[in-house]
Design a binder for this molecule. Structure first.
Ligand SMILES: Cc1cc2nc3c(=O)[nH]c(=O)nc-3n(C[C@H](O)[C@H](O)[C@H](O)COP(=O)(O)OP(=O)(O)OC[C@H]3O[C@@H](n4cnc5c(N)ncnc54)[C@H](O)[C@@H]3O)c2cc1C
Length: 325
């Protein structure tokens, strides 16, 4: 087995930013291994537009278009990726670390007996073999893990790499998905689109405003929503807020929530626990609003306001409106 297979995730008629970031790591790794990179896209509809967005100079781009992929079912993805592996025979398979890949990749690894490392921030080739690096214990250590198996399976954390540049490559080829038996244990009932309250995916958002337990109660959450609307920001939250049901758990940022990489992250009433900070390690500028000057969030913040959020946010929103009018 040789070379790298990089698998993109489709979003609407295009591909996700995380897919392009993963392609960027694949190209870097390929240069070190002096081996080719093959791209792959899975989806239900016509993937032509997504394929145009995912032209990153691959030796070939494989499209698996099948109505069976219209609704996400792990077994379908496992079958699709398994057939891609059988065709490409790669030494390494890279894919974005997402809710879907967290589901299908371990099943695939178990099925084909390959090593899998999830949520990596780098992949290198060392003397011992393909080596994946990933933060562990809430970001307290960076583990380097040698990935055994043919191929090595690795999911890549969002926000670590720049997006790969568009560049022409080899042929685009369409592949058939093997027809699967129906899975009697799985019945698709409903699909619910998960978005931040600002109508944006947290992972794509350039600006995020997150509220924590310091917001006090659900009735105060409108302070965050109004600030997000004024800024055009997505809404996030800390775990206690999601646990209390003030907002959907899809808005949770952190170790057990979304890992985000915005240009600006505004943390309101959030203390800065290591598990929350693990989710914003790729944020470029962090602004904290907290009434406790000793709060740990200020160690991570680039800018801070020590005050009650109820004083700060309305004035902040008013100022933004003035500047925009
Ligand atoms: C395995 C594990 C995984 C976890 N995963 C996550 C995760 O993914 N995401 C996550 O967030 N947490 C996670 N946690 C929980 C984490 O440890 C913290 O408990 C949590 O992040 C604290 O949330 P908080 O900052 O909102 O609340 P608190 O720690 O209670 O902080 C509230 C802050 O609000 C400030 N405040 C109070 N009133 C005001 C006011 N009027 N104006 C301004 N500021 C005010 C206070 O000074 C305080 O700093 C995890 C924990 C474990 C053990």
């Amino acid at each position: 087995m040789a070379g790298i297979l990089v698998i993109a995730e489709a979003a609407g008629t295009g591909v996700t930013r995380e897919s392009l970031e993963t392609a960027s790591l694949a190209m870097r790794l390929a240069a070190a291994m002096q081996q080719p990179v093959c791209g792959a896209l899975l989806g239900a509809g016509d993937l032509a537009n997504a394929a145009a967005q995912f032209q990153c100079g691959f030796s070939a781009l494989l499209l698996v278009e099948s109505p069976q992929l219209a609704t996400y079912v792990a077994q379908q993805y496992v079958a699709a990726v398994q057939s891609l592996i059988a065709k490409v025979q790669p030494a390494v398979v890279l894919f974005p670390h997402t809710a879907k890949s967290r589901d299908w990749a371990p099943r695939l690894a178990a099925k084909i007996g390959s090593g899998l490392v999830l949520d990596c921030v780098n992949v290198t080739v060392e003397q011992e073999g393909v080596t994946a690096s990933k933060p562990m214990y809430g970001g307290g250590v960076l583990a380097k893990l040698v990935v055994h198996g043919d191929p090595a399976l690795v999911s890549v954390r969002a926000g670590i790499f720049e997006c790969a540049q568009l560049s022409s490559g080899g042929a685009v080829e369409r592949m058939e998905l093997p027809q699967l038996a129906a899975h009697p244990g799985i019945q698709h009932l409903e699909s619910i689109s998960i978005e931040g309250a600002g109508g944006q995916r947290l992972k794509d958002a350039k600006t995020i405003i997150s509220g924590g337990r310091g917001i006090g109660e659900k009735d105060n959450w409108h302070f965050i929503v109004e600030a997000a609307a004024a800024l055009g920001a997505a809404v996030g939250c800390s775990r206690p807020v999601a646990d209390a049901g003030w907002v959907s758990s899809s808005s949770q940022v952190g170790l057990s929530g979304a890992l985000v990489a915005p240009d600006i992250y505004i943390a309101v009433g959030i203390s800065g626990a290591i598990q929350h900070l693990a989710g914003i390690s790729s944020a470029k500028t962090v602004i904290a609003i907290n009434n406790d000057p000793e709060a740990d969030i200020f160690k991570r913040a680039d800018y801070g306001v020590v005050d009650d959020f109820k004083e700060v946010l309305p004035a902040f929103v008013e100022r933004i409106k003035q500047l925009r009018s």
